[in-house]
Design a protein around this ligand. Structure first.
Ligand SMILES: *Cc1c(COP(=O)(O)O)cnc(C)c1O
Length: 401
């Protein structure tokens, strides 16, 4: 046979920025009969699960668990801290920052957005201006998306804390770590983050369905002043339950808890610093290849400065408009699924077909990244996209170094 032979048999590879690849250990842990939710193993597992989540978030403070995706965790964080009519500041560097703002407005909050566009990190000077102008301290929280998954920008969360401290501004610092958790280094307590929001289906390697909110004493104090908090989203009983059902406001997400246990075991057996270092190294291999492909004049990395690139996701574009074609080619011909572009062009705008993203979060090895890059290069070649030569060599060197 010659011509368009499919090479998609064998194990498929989902390289989108969430849900991420699920380890066999997690799948096996979830494949079991329904457990008792009134006594036994599941209930005994909870203190260890919450302790290991806190350890991963680098916090000594509370964690509340929700049967929810990331959007649910966003809502939980806001529902406990921001009353209707209160103001939140949102420095935005991508679609997810705007999504969290829309949710805040839906809950009756006022939002002040500083929009840094789709390819730039926060400009601390502009954030400082907004905070300085707020002499009455109307801003109750800053909604800070650590890694915006649409643009793949990684923002300087500790820098934002230093700014708030320098200006003596009391707003809570609330960080969306949904994409970065277990991928990019993050230290909740050392960085002075008051509320950390995350979910299980990205760096945590568990199917979507559980969200987490960690909150410190400052956030708990704000919670205590709220006129009302909905029973379901209230983090008080979830953080410190008297009864097992209070962890979840009802029936436990039984199988997700087993999956989560297995995932946390993998992460802690590797060591969180090693997990971060592995993501950093693999990300550098991906950037090395992309930078060389870019020399061909068609492919471009969305984030110019490596200091602001996420280690979990990379947003790219093909100026020929062949991004969608590339995704289709690698999926159909190789069994390799790349992520769609998100929030980079309006619906109906043909430019949408230029954008795509690579998810490189969670259960990811050097051979997977080399396979990902090799697959992309095969697609560029098949689609006659001009690209710089030597990209795979450059990636291999980063991996080998
Ligand atoms: C994935 C993601 C979300 C949304 O999570 P869902 O589980 O899709 O609701 C929010 N913020 C960031 C940064 C994300 O990566």
């Amino acid at each position: 046979m010659t011509g368009n032979i499919s090479l998609a048999q064998g194990r498929e590879y989902l390289a989108i920025p969430g849900p991420s690849v699920i380890p066999d250990e997690v799948l096996r842990a979830m494949h079991r009969a329904a457990p008792n939710i009134y006594s036994g193993e599941l209930i005994d597992m909870m203190p260890g699960l919450t302790a290991d989540l806190r350890r991963m978030a680098r916090t000594e403070h509370e964690v509340a668990i929700y049967i929810a995706n990331g959007h649910g965790a966003w809502e939980a964080a806001l529902a406990n801290t921001i009353a209707p009519g209160e103001l939140v500041l949102v420095p935005a560097s991508g679609r997810f920052s705007h999504g969290w703002s829309e949710m805040a407005r839906g809950l009756g909050a006022e939002t002040q957005i500083i929009d840094f566009g789709k390819s730039s990190p926060w400009d601390m000077e502009r954030i400082a201006e907004a905070l300085r102008a707020d002499t009455a301290h109307r801003i109750k929280a800053v909604l800070a998306v650590h890694v915006d998954t649409s643009s793949s920008i990684r923002n300087d969360v500790p820098g934002l804390r230093r700014l708030l401290d320098e200006l003596g501004h009391p707003a809570l610092l609330m960080a969306d770590c949904i994409a970065s958790f277990g991928c990019d280094m993050f230290e909740m307590d050392a960085w002075g983050v008051d509320v950390l929001v995350t979910a299980c289906q990205k760096g945590l390697m568990v199917p979507p369905g559980v969200g987490f909110v960690c909150f410190n004493d400052r956030a708990a104090a704000k919670r205590a002043t709220m006129p009302r908090v909905s029973w379901y989203w209230d983090w008080v009983p979830r953080g410190n339950p008297d009864e097992f059902f209070q962890y979840f406001g009802g029936t436990a997400p039984t199988h997700h808890l087993y999956g989560l246990r297995a995932a946390l075991d993998l992460i802690h057996a590797e060591g969180i610093e090693h997990v971060w270092a592995r993501h950093a190294r693999l990300a550098r291999a991906i950037w090395a290849a992309c930078e060389i492909w870019a020399e061909g004049g068609d492919l471009a990395l969305n984030v110019a400065d490596p200091a602001y690139r996420s280690h979990a996701v990379t947003a790219l574009r093909l100026d020929s408009g062949k991004g969608t074609a590339l995704r289709q080619w690698t999926e159909q011909r190789l069994g390799l699924t790349l992520g769609i572009g998100l929030g980079m062009a309006a619906p109906g705008d043909p430019a949408r077909d230029s954008f795509f993203r690579l998810g490189h979060m969670g259960h990811l090895s050097g051979q997977m990244v080399m396979g990902l890059l090799g697959g992309i290069q095969a697609g560029l070649s098949a689609l006659d996209v001009p690209y710089g030569k030597g990209a795979l060599d450059a990636a291999a060197q980063v991996i080998a170094s």
